[in-house]
Write a protein that binds this ligand. Structure first.
Ligand code: Z5A
Length: 213
């Protein structure tokens, strides 16, 4: 029988190095002989990628926060049922660039939507499905913004002010305090080699737990 895979999420404010380090995470897990699927939110399957295009478009400013919240969960429902759960059932380790914690951080912390409303949608879409491990790449807002801006055109979220990202970061810290069993905080201000050494140590421990049962 194939063992159930694991669900690892990578979180943090913009520019902290999620994309860069997800490539490293994939390589590290594969070197341990684990089958890996890398995916992202909002996004993944075709429908979710189409919703992503609406959510990120700088040509659609002024979207109501409730619309944004519902679109995030609509994209997530498709992603979960069409991609994440089938991959895990087949024994894959799914590594996801952002998941529902990003909704608590951005729509909750950033936009001010009450947590209870997000929790209602989380329960509706996911039941009791939650990540096995969440890697929070943590850096101050100035560092994240400087790295992200060096890449060029800003999407709809990247056009937000510093105060927005300060609230997002604080919300991530609150999530890490509330879920210490699955959260690991990585200091993303360090040079890449040091960030990846921290990640490798965490992944080794997770793979050890993963092969036990
Ligand atoms: N969103 C939401 O609001 N609610 C939700 O529920 C979900 C998402 C799921 C998705 O944007 C947006 O959706 C996101 C939140 C919202 N918006 N924001 N902001 P995205 O997926 O397009 O972008 P992102 O998630 O914000 O990631 P990013 O901006 O692409 O950044 P990143 O992936 O974390 O960073 P990176 O591209 O790997 O690195 C940035 C640069 O820094 C790059 O040049 C690297 O070479 C460099 N870098 C990385 N690490 C280092 C270190 N350690 N030292 C020096 N330089 C480094």
């Amino acid at each position: 029988m194939t063992a159930r895979g694991r669900f690892i999420t990578v979180e943090g404010i913009e520019g902290v190095g999620k994309s860069t380090n997800i490539a490293f995470i994939r390589k590290t897990l594969e070197a341990m002989g684990l089958p890996v699927l890398v995916t992202r939110e909002p996004g993944g399957p075709e429908v979710s990628e189409a919703i992503r295009a609406v959510l990120l478009s700088p040509d659609l400013p002024g979207m109501h926060p409730d619309t944004e919240l519902l679109l995030m969960f609509a994209a997530r429902a498709e992603h979960l049922h069409r991609r994440i759960l089938p991959a895990m059932a087949a024994g894959q380790w799914v590594v996801c660039d952002r998941f529902t914690d990003a909704t608590y951080a951005y729509q909750g912390g950033g936009r001010g939507i009450p947590q209870e409303r997000i929790a209602t949608l989380e329960a509706f879409v996911q039941g009791d499905f939650r990540p096995d491990l969440t890697l929070l790449l943590d850096a101050d807002v100035a560092t994240g913004m400087a790295r992200a801006r060096s890449r060029g055109d800003a999407d709809r979220f990247e056009q937000e002010a510093v105060a927005f990202f300060e609230r997002v970061r604080e919300a991530y810290h609150a999530l890490a305090r509330a879920h210490p069993e699955r959260y690991r905080i990585v200091d993303a201000t360090q040079p890449l080699e040091s960030v990846q050494a921290q990640l490798a140590e965490i992944l080794c421990a997770a793979a050890g737990e993963g092969t036990d049962g």
